[in-house]
Write a protein that binds this ligand. Structure first.
Ligand SMILES: [Zn+2]
Length: 313
């Protein structure tokens, strides 16, 4: 079955949600870049989460979900475009004694072993000239205890930054990366049917039902079937499913922009040493080579660069 993202509403419309199941896109990511098993599961969960968040926020731009780790994992990134094209990558900390484990690993150990790991969510608008919005949460709870998984971190993010009571669950293995998000509709705009108390009740009932979901069910069931099983009494209304897919936004032009930002001296020193500059996209593994001629063009074109074109790959 193809990848699928399914938005739904429950009962009188006081509760909304998104279910996502990534198979082909997740397989494609695994084919293109191998990661240690300890990171792979987290990357899968992050991929599913980036699609869930992009599906729940009304936003026209790129959603970037980052875990900035202070354990063996230095950085993990998942990006989702408005059309649910997605990519993800992770880098381990090299200058550290602790290696990324080769077995599925404990989230807190991997990302937050000293308690200073962070989760950063950036909404980068497609419209040129608009400022990106960034929300940051710690990987600890209010008492300073390390949160045990990514779902708990994102729940905290949605409560704090978006101020929407939310429940979510994520799971990934070597075949699929899946997630389920359930949210109480905001009161603003008079959306709550039957008043705020009724909306609270509807939401807690939905969370109660969603909490019965087992990891293997989340990983194996198609979103429609999942919703039928969990919410069969709640008159779930589903919207037309969308199809997430693997899509890397790298290009020779973007790599060129990155090299321009790196500066002429840096690029020329690599050229002098190796004869060409090779850049490999850390998301999809595509290689970009710049020889002397390319490099000369890179900086000659400096003068007629369109304004605002300073994004990196
Ligand atoms: Zn790429």
């Amino acid at each position: 079955m193809a990848d699928s993202l399914l938005k739904f509403m429950l009962g009188d419309g006081n509760v909304r949600g998104v279910a996502v199941r990534l198979r082909e896109s997740w397989q494609e990511m695994l084919r293109r870049r191998r990661h240690e098993a300890g990171v792979q599961e987290l990357l899968g969960e992050m991929s599913a989460a980036s699609v869930l968040l992009a599906g729940s926020l009304k936003f026209d731009g790129t959603l970037v979900l980052q875990i900035q780790g202070d354990g063996p994992l230095r950085l993990a990134v998942a990006e989702c475009q408005p059309d649910f094209g997605l990519r993800a990558t992770a880098t381990a900390r090299v200058d550290d004694d602790a290696e990324v484990p080769s077995q599925p690993a404990d989230f807190a150990q991997l990302t937050n072993s000293r308690g200073a790991g962070r989760c950063v969510i950036t909404l980068d608008p497609r419209q040129p000239g608009q400022q990106p919005y960034q929300g940051i949460v710690a990987l600890n709870d209010a008492e300073g205890h390390a949160l045990r998984d990514l779902s708990a971190v994102l729940r905290q993010y949605l409560d704090q930054s978006e101020q929407i009571p939310s429940w979510l669950m994520l799971a990934a293995d070597g075949h699929s990366a899946c997630g389920l998000l359930v949210q109480r509709m905001p009161d603003a705009g008079g959306a709550a049917a039957g008043g705020p108390e009724r909306a609270d009740e509807d939401f807690s009932r939905a969370v109660h039902l969603a909490s019965t979901l087992q990891r293997d069910e989340l990983l194996s069931l198609e979103p429609e079937e999942l919703l039928r099983r969990l919410f069969w009494e709640e008159q779930a209304r589903v919207f037309t499913p969308a199809q997430p897919r693997f899509h890397c936004t790298c290009s020779k032009q973007r790599v060129a922009q990155m090299l321009r930002m790196l500066g002429r001296d840096e690029v020329e020193s690599v050229l002098a040493e190796r004869g060409e500059v090779d850049v490999t996209c850390e998301f999809c593994g595509a290689g970009y080579a710049f020889d002397l001629v390319d490099a000369a063009r890179l900086f000659r074109d400096d003068i007629d660069q369109p304004p605002g074109s300073t994004r990196t790959q």
